[in-house]
Design a protein. Structure first.
Length: 363
């Protein structure tokens, strides 16, 4: 039986590596075509060597790890379907091997890939993403755009804005409130400032403000100040106002936990941070579930051949991604429990996997 185990494990891992290579080759081709203008820009002074050593290794790690569970699923469908079409599975089961025993090498291989994926998600991929995002921010000029944000920058300094264009460090409809705590522990508004458009310095706290309305709260009367243009210093810089949505990908799990604490102190929503943290463990476990579904579906010989199983697999993958996106959006916008939102697709597909596996055992 050890020969059978090794045969299936080698088939599993070999097909997985082949599919990763194919998918990532296509991804890199599309990415190069999208960024070619930036790569060729004389201002960037990029060489071919610099691109392939400082960007694409990290690009490969990020996306290969991101697609890993679905590629595992397709790998299982692919080589198991070919085994079924060549009647190899019929021969194995006819020799007295139970379907449960036949499935053991699949579980061993998926466990190996799961452990690697968990390690990658929590520690290796964040390091790769830190380098990938740094390169993209420097050379490909991503348009970082935040809308309708409300946060506490420092204790007592509340900042709201309608839109932040990170690539130009421009803020539209900026509102800054200054609150002070009195002796009784009560917070009172001391002043607020409304700005139609603000231009910040990414390194210093220097700001250029246009169409400014300032109100200073007095005991009896408020003082109103209006200015067309002001060059001033504020208690925060433009980088405090927002970061790329992918910034959590560039943090190891301990760093992510610290980042969550800082965002909570600012008064910002941390749902997206919690989701990112839970996904690092939940996504690798999808490999187990999809592997069981793959074995159950692909181990039967089909008149339509391998194509039918691949279509079924792609449909299952799309449904899984749909549920994954739907539940995470609900967690952010509706207030669902983030842990349940991330694990719900796994729970749902686990029920499907157990049902399909049980039916295959009974056949």
């Amino acid at each position: 039986m050890k020969k059978l185990d090794w045969f299936i494990v080698k088939k599993f891992l070999g097909t997985y590596v082949f599919m990763i290579a194919v998918v990532m080759s296509i991804s890199i081709i599309f990415d190069v075509s999208e960024k070619l203008k930036n790569f060729m820009d004389p201002e960037n002074d990029l060489t071919f060597y610099k691109i392939i050593t400082e960007y694409y290794p990290y690009f490969f790690i990020h996306y290969a790890n991101l697609f890993s569970s679905l590629i595992i699923f397709l790998s299982v469908l692919w080589f198991t379907s070919f085994m079924a079409q060549r009647l190899e599975i019929v021969a194995i089961l006819s020799s007295g091997v139970s379907f449960w025993r036949f499935s053991r090498p699949y579980i061993i291989a998926s466990t190996f890939l799961l452990l690697i994926s968990v390690l990658m998600n929590h520690y290796v991929a964040p390091f790769a993403n830190k380098n990938r995002l740094s390169f993209e921010n420097k050379f490909t000029r991503y348009n970082v755009n935040f809308k309708d944000v409300h946060l506490e920058i420092n204790r007592g300094t509340i900042v709201s804005y309608r839109q932040f264009l990170g690539n130009t460090t421009t803020v539209r409809r900026l509102w800054v409130e200054d609150w002070k705590e009195n002796e009784n522990g009560q917070w009172k508004l001391k002043s607020d400032m409304q700005v139609e458009r603000a231009y910040g310095d990414s390194l210093l706290n220097n700001w250029k403000l246009k169409n400014v309305f300032i109100r200073k709260i007095g005991l009896l009367n408020d003082t109103i100040i209006t200015k067309k243009i002001i060059d001033t210093v504020l208690p925060f810089n433009v980088t405090d106002l927002g970061q790329r949505a992918e910034i959590t990908f560039a943090m190891t799990t301990p760093e992510l936990i610290e980042y969550k604490k800082k965002e909570e102190a600012k008064g910002s929503s941390t749902a997206h941070i919690e989701i990112s943290n839970h996904e690092r463990t939940a996504y690798p476990f999808a490999a187990y579930i999809l592997t069981v579904i793959g074995i159950s579906v692909a181990s039967r010989k089909s008149r339509e051949g391998v194509g039918k199983n691949l279509v079924i697999g792609l449909c299952c993958g799309l449904v899984y991604v749909f549920f994954m996106k739907m539940t995470t959006v609900a967690a952010i916008n509706v207030g669902w429990n983030t842990l349940l939102a991330v694990w719900f697709p796994n729970i749902l597909f686990s029920i499907v996997a157990v049902y399909l596996f049980y039916k295959r055992l009974q056949s």
